[in-house]
Design a protein around this ligand. Sequence first.
Ligand code: COA
Ligand code: MG
Length: 328
Amino acid sequence: MSFTTISSHAPVRLYRSKLFVPGSRPALFEKAAASAADVVCLDLEDAVAPSDKEGARDNIVVALNEVNWGNKTVTVRANGLDTNFCYRDVLALVEKGGERLDVIMIPKVGCAADVYAIDMLITQASNFVGRKKRIGLEVIIETALGLTNIDEIAGSSKRLESLHFGSADYAASQRMRTTNIGGGNADYVMLTDQEPGRARDKHWNDLWHFPLFRMCQAARAHGIVPIDGPFGDYGDADGFRVQANRTAILGCEGKWAIHPSQVALANEIFTPPEKEVKRAEAILAAMKDSHEKGLGAVALNGVLVDAASIRQAHVIVQQVKMIRERTA
Ligand code: COA
Ligand code: MG
């Protein structure tokens, strides 16, 4: 390990599924509170029409104070720093949102100064009203600028808890030629080389691999958590599963649900499968045994395991322990 240690200042949260609810549809708030989502996100940004912004903000302030959110993490997505709604959102949430609000989400963050500005507003408003609980921050990486500056963003504030990837806005920002929100794109393919007498195979590529990988790397390097964003086709459970499974393997701890039907899918995929948990436990047992015998590397079912395997296994065992504790 480096002499530089990565310390995590963020509270540990269960974050397998994050259900979005438009702030302009208060009839859905109680349903979201009663859902199985680990996190609820009341939205003031893109799910709310410009003419509804003030009303949605009022709805959310009331709901933060009156709805029983149980043991969920409660977050609100504010409007971006390029709008005239952002400062009013942050002030209303901090000054009038009550103590139940856990985290404010900032969309389309482009540089560390964006986070700094919101941190300053939250800090002043919290001190002014004598808030007891510290409000966290989470940001969406969904612009070419944000992805370019992702390291400085990830390290920008002690309030920052997680990075989220927003595929639709990211694609628009980079002028990618796709209208998919997550998921595959049948045109983003490679052809195998030409060979006489042999049909050429198409190999699909994942449009979102690089930004998601980069986000996981930047988040972990700064002791915060990466979360995968939306999958737009909520009728396609198989598509959601496959995408979520890839990002879970990359290191994301959860995924947005833009419809209630995606909550159970996200909870399932972001809970490490029993098979992996058993293998991780077996690795830890085998390594304990081998260390007691003075051995560093041993074979487990014909496969090498060593000290790095212990660290890999710990990731899975710790994650499942937290999930079992929080869902017991
Ligand atoms: N939270 C809680 N409950 C929800 C919900 C949500 N986000 N979306 C739908 N429901 C409820 C409906 O009220 C309905 O309940 P009922 O069975 O008691 O009548 C049930 O789930 C099925 O809903 P359905 O009719 O399939 O959905 P819809 O047509 O009402 O809404 C969406 C579909 C996509 C518009 C809606 O799910 C939504 O607004 N999602 C969030 C979008 C968002 O916030 N996007 C921003 C982030 S990308
Ligand atoms: Mg967006």
